[in-house]
Design a binder for this molecule. Structure first.
Ligand code: NAD
Ligand code: SIN
Length: 470
């Protein structure tokens, strides 16, 4: 009965990592629904105590969890370690964010009583996660949602169930109410059924624009559910005048190729002003060529591991060839050293002369280069996308950056810093096809609770002062 089981594999070796049954959506949601009143009724202090115990459980299991993340995603161990640190760090950040963004307000006035603003949880929150950060990104929804008094049904990526199970195990050990955090194993079908379930009050999604739009569409006649969509990008990195070309090349490499390009904020398009083009390429191409691509536990440590699976590697290869067919000039060919495994070396292709560049997210180590006349043309090209997640400017004066910041359409705009590596201390979200104006990270508190405004007096006190007949 293998067909009814979900199996995950290590991208680097092809070995099986996890095997288990698909979840029963309604049974799982129903358990969460029953757990909700009890969890919501707990004091905020108690809920915070539990999430802190969860952080301690993750801390205690740090190495095991990082090893599992590296195995199941293929990302290098050093990077998996930083993901686990982000999971732990999220707890204190969320405690602070809840107080700051959803704290209570009370205005006392003897005559008018009390005017109060307090927040309430939504209920059962469906958390749908991607494979590239299988712990950190779902956790980024789960922790603030639990602090606010919601319960969770977590549907991880079908490619990373083992990490999800380990994370949920940490919740169990934290002593959280039984059933307040549910794991739903499955793929897009289970995801669809979950988002449509009548007992789900909110959908917190991180993944591709394609899936996010499909969720948005399916819930368009249901305004009662809160929906936060954190989606992909076709992110630009612009290089204008700078004497620091070596540093510029390093920032471009970090932006485009960290996690084998499997970051939503990865730079997909390098837009270079004419005067900088040759100098940047002289530094960038040899540097990208030197990046070590290897299995996650290799010693010395690699810069990047494989992409998630062979199907993804095949698709990326085809996309690179397609760009070439449309007139792109390869500056660094993307190679696949082992045809049996999804390791890809960085690919860089100049698509300047291509007229109809596809505005899609190539979620892997592919960087398109576009040469433009000046900064104005670069900004116009940066905005030549339906997405709007991250954008960086390298070089230029403070005035240039001011112009870039004012005109670039994105939720994350950086200067002389990579497009990726966003901080959990800041809001994290995009516009256009990248999100629906419900940023995550520090602002996740906003979609985890809704405000209730109240006017309150201990006793009724009123009289009709006008418009009464004798
Ligand atoms: P994906 O969209 O394929 O899947 C994400 C999750 O949604 C999975 O759990 C999947 O099973 C589920 N799903 C897929 N189709 C669905 C549907 N129609 N209805 C309900 N659920 C559905 O994404 P992925 O391939 O796992 O992850 C990579 C994508 O995630 C990239 O596009 C990347 O840019 C994006 N991403 C975005 C952010 C962000 O915060 N903006 C962060 C990381 C990754
Ligand atoms: C991601 O969530 O995919 C990337 C986060 C970042 O590095 O900015």
């Amino acid at each position: 009965m293998t067909d009814s089981l979900l199996v995950s594999y290590a991208p680097a070796t092809g070995e099986e990592v996890w095997r288990g049954a698909y979840g029963d959506v309604e049974a799982i949601v129903s358990k969460a629904r029953k757990a909700w009143p009890g969890w919501a009724a707990k004091s905020l202090t108690t809920r915070i105590e539990v999430v802190r115990r969860f952080a301690n459980e993750v801390r205690a299991d740090k190495e095991k969890l990082a090893t599992l993340i590296a195995t199941e995603t293929g990302k290098p161990l050093w990077e998996a370690n930083t993901e686990v640190e982000a999971v732990i760090g999220k707890v204190e950040i969320s405690v602070q964010a809840y107080a700051e963004r959803t704290g209570r307000k009370r205005l006392d006035s003897a005559m008018q009583g009390i005017a109060a603003v307090r927040h309430k949880p939504h209920g059962v929150m469906a958390v749908l996660g991607p494979y590239n950060f299988p712990a950190h990104l779902p956790n980024g929804h789960m922790v603030p949602a639990l602090i606010a008094g919601n319960v969770i049904v977590f549907k991880p990526s079908e490619k990373t169930p083992a990490v999800a199970e380990a994370l949920v195990e940490c919740w169990r050990r934290s002593g959280i109410d039984v059933d307040a955090v549910q794991l739903l194993v499955g793929g897009p079908n289970e995801g669809k059924a979950l988002t449509l379930s009548a007992d789900v009050d909110g959908v917190l999604f991180t993944g591709s624009a394609q899936a996010g739009i499909s969720i948005n569409r399916s819930l368009s006649t249901n305004p009662g559910k809160i929906v936060a969509l954190e989606m992909g990008g076709n992110n630009p990195i612009v290089v204008t005048d700078t004497p620091k070309v070596v540093d510029a090349a390093a920032i471009i490499v970090q932006s485009a190729f960290t996690t084998a390009g499997q970051r939503c904020t990865a730079a997909r398009r390098l837009i270079v002003v004419d005067a900088m083009y040759d100098g940047v390429m002289e530094q960038l191409l040899p540097l990208a060529k030197r990046l070590v691509v290897d299995e996650p536990f290799a010693d010395p440590a690699p810069f990047m591991g494989p992409v998630i699976d062979n199907e993804t590697a095949d698709r990326l290869n085809e996309s690179f060839l397609e760009l070439m067919t449309r007139g792109g000039k390869p500056l660094l060919h993307m190679r696949r050293p082992d045809p049996e495994r999804p390791f890809l070396t960085p690919g860089i292709i100049d698509t300047t002369t291509q007229e109809d560049r596809p505005d899609i997210e190539l979620f892997g180590p592919v960087l398109q280069v576009i040469r433009v006349a000046d900064l104005d043309a670069a900004i116009a090209e940066a905005n030549n996308t339906r997405f709007g997640l991250s954008a960086s400017l390298i070089g230029g004066s403070p005035e240039d950056y001011g112009r870039f910041w004012a005109n670039a359409r994105a939720g994350i705009i950086n200067w002389n810093r990579p497009t990726n590596g966003a901080s959990s201390d800041a809001p994290f979200g995009g516009i256009g096809l990248s999100g629906n104006h419900r940023p995550a990270a520090y602002y996740a508190a906003d979609y985890c609770a809704y405000p209730v405004a109240s006017n309150e007096m201990e006793q009724p006190r009123a009289k009709i002062g006008i418009g009464l007949s004798d």
